[in-house]
Write a protein that binds this ligand. Structure first.
Ligand SMILES: Cc1cc2nc3c(=O)[nH]c(=O)nc-3n(C[C@H](O)[C@H](O)[C@H](O)COP(=O)(O)O)c2cc1C
Length: 363
């Protein structure tokens, strides 16, 4: 029976196992959003993953929503990413860059006073974290329809930049309440133009973005991440099943390289999800490879692959605390415990200093 440790051909990219590292923001870039050497060390440590997907990477200054998150829209950022992708390849790994626009999930105080933008003047819910403390999200400026082609073009350019920077592919962050997700779901999109209203319109920005990324590289090298059961930052939809069925089928028709689907997390379940088993629900609607994520361990990961609901399993937090996660899962060795106080931070503490099995054996 197929399991996590079998290889997989991801549209021409040979993966030695079916364990992906999920995209995770760790805020270790410089203050002006350039990738750093400690980021290189962090990704190299995790090169045994079948596929690494990086933290979200902003495609423009406007897309910038997290302090010390890296960008991919300036030559110095491209050159710094090149050092990382080269090092990951030398270590035997494969790395996709997750590209992203924060939309309304941002605050003017970390953007030189520039207000965040979104489909409609509806603020994100929850608090935003600034060095000075927690603040509420402001009401975003609704994007004019004539601004949208520029945003799509930023994603196309970031895709070309990713290729130049030596990535193996790119993933559109279409999940977790960020710009394309804000347009997709009717709770955050109250527009009355060609990008709002019926699902054909609400899906337009995500589909145009994906198509532009494919045109900039190739369908094989462009994945899309979706979170049909998440309520992050207040993004919600009156009929998630219909909305996500539409987008999954449309992305399948475009022929994206893969879909990364998030299962609901414990908070989502507590709130009451409309779609309980995401991969199982959407798998029959698409023929593209499926990466599933959220709350998996080795046993559940093997089970979801054996059941045929997904081709790969992405692990997030387990990869933070276990650089050698693949080996630990293979050997059924207990995992290190993650320290959430250092998930976001500066420097190597809680980032590149988690022990690997060899250290434990030597100790
Ligand atoms: C510290 C941290 C940062 C994250 N940053 C991102 C991100 O940049 N992009 C993204 O798509 N998901 C992000 N996520 C979500 C993870 O990719 C993943 O979906 C989540 O942790 C659930 O998977 P897990 O149960 O294996 O940890 C982040 C999660 C954590 C814990």
């Amino acid at each position: 029976m197929t399991n996590l440790f079998d290889g997989f051909n991801l549209r021409g990219l040979a993966l030695p196992n079916r364990i992906a590292m999920s995209a995770m923001t760790r805020t270790r870039a410089t203050e002006d959003d350039v990738p750093t050497d400690v980021m290189r060390d962090y990704y190299v440590q995790r090169a045994a993953a079948g596929l690494i997907v990086t933290e979200c990477i902003q495609v423009s200054d406007q897309a910038h929503g997290i302090i010390r998150a890296p960008g991919l829209h300036r030559p110095d950022q491209i050159a710094a990413w090149r050092k990382i992708t080269d090092a990951v390849h030398v270590a035997g790994g494969r790395i996709y860059g997750q590209i992203w626009h924060c939309g309304r999930v941002a605050h003017p105080d970390m953007r030189g006073g520039e207000e965040p933008v979104g489909p409609s003047p509806i603020p994100a819910t929850g608090d935003f974290f600034l060095p000075t403390g927690r603040v509420e999200f402001p009401v975003p400026r609704a994007l004019r329809i004539d601004e949208l082609p520029g945003i799509v073009a930023d994603f196309a350019q970031a895709t070309r930049n990713a290729r130049e920077a030596g990535f193996d592919g790119v993933e559109l962050h279409g999940a977790n309440g960020y710009l394309q997700d804000q347009f997709l779901q009717d709770g955050s999109n109250h527009r009355t133009d060609a990008y709002g209203g019926p699902i054909e319109n609400r899906a337009r920005l995500m589909l145009e973005t994906t198509q532009a990324m494919i045109d900039a590289w190739s369908a094989d090298r462009v994945g899309v991440r979706l979170s049909p059961s998440s309520f992050l930052y207040g993004v919600d939809d009156s009929n998630k099943l219909a909305t996500f069925e539409f987008i999954v089928r449309a992305l399948n028709a475009i022929g994206v390289g893969y879909l990364c689907l998030l299962e609901p997390n414990a908070k989502d379940v507590e709130r009451g999800v409309q779609i309980g088993n995401v991969a199982e629900t959407f798998r029959p609607m698409t023929s593209v490879p499926i990466i599933v994520n959220t709350g998996f361990d080795g046993t559940k990961g093997n089970a979801v692959i054996a059941a045929g609901h997904a081709d790969l399993v992405a692990f997030g937090v387990p990869f933070i605390a276990n650089p050698d996660l693949v080996e630990r899962l293979r050997s059924h060795v207990p995992l290190n415990k993650p320290d959430p106080t250092t998930f976001y931070g500066i420097g190597s503490k809680g980032y590149t200093d988690y022990p690997v099995l060899a250290d434990t054996v030597a100790a």
